[in-house]
Design a protein around this ligand. Sequence first.
Ligand SMILES: C[S@@+](CC[C@H](N)C(=O)[O-])C[C@H]1O[C@@H](n2cnc3c(N)ncnc32)[C@H](O)[C@@H]1O
Length: 266
Amino acid sequence: MNHPETLAGHVAAYANTAEGNDAVFHHFTAQTAATPLLAAHRRHVDEHKLGYGDPAFHYMWLLLLQAAAEKFPNVRCLEIGVFKGQVVSLWSLLARELKLSAEIHALTPLAGNPPPPLNLWSRLRYRLDRDYREQVKTGNFYVNEDYEAVVRAHFAHHGLSFDTVRLHRGYSTDPAILKNLSDARFEIIYVDGDHREAGARHDFATFGAKVVPGGWLVADDAAADLPGTAFWKGYPEVTSALSELAPLGFVNILNIGHNRVFQRIG
Ligand SMILES: C[S@@+](CC[C@H](N)C(=O)[O-])C[C@H]1O[C@@H](n2cnc3c(N)ncnc32)[C@H](O)[C@@H]1O
């Protein structure tokens, strides 16, 4: 199912202007719809409310995995913040269809962070408690559910097993997980976990350092400062945190809506 378009082609043609960003977003959306595997996967996500983000991102993952497989013998991918498994199941599906040598990792609590009930106290707390206010603003609350069962069913729908994914169950700040991953390196990392500024800074700095030279880090919800009108731009908090990436040698090579693609030059 190799696609004739390439990531490199899009990067070479990319212009970070309102017209350029809107055109990329529209093109990637259309390409997702026109690629049966991507369209079917995303349709299942939409119908069962299994994920966030825009359909355009599916096509980005196809081009990015193709590019990674051409450059590296084995593609190690890590998603921080899995929710109901949209991205790790898509990666697994693409790895199977494209016959890629890939190792897929998921770092995520598979647990909720339920919002407190809305009442007079929560309104007062919103005014007084900066962290609570930031959690509300950045959509950091998730209802309690059996996320593992949902992800397993999501994989099974595509004839995949979640057991093939290396699961690091917990938060990206968990000392035991960080110790386990201290020597880990990845060709691709997708950061879509804590959207508070400190959380996003932590993830970009800590996990950005684990991307191999020539590899990529994709930041979700991080386009508050981008020109364009066709897409939702994410959170200013995550966008500010992107400043962690340049000192690590990352260059912003392409943007698909609020998904920002950075490559580690080295
Ligand atoms: C926006 S959702 C992810 C959506 C998913 N990437 C997708 O495309 O459908 C954010 C997820 O990050 C998880 N999360 C929040 N803080 C995290 C952290 N510090 N480390 C790992 N996961 C985190 C939440 O439990 C939630 O599942």
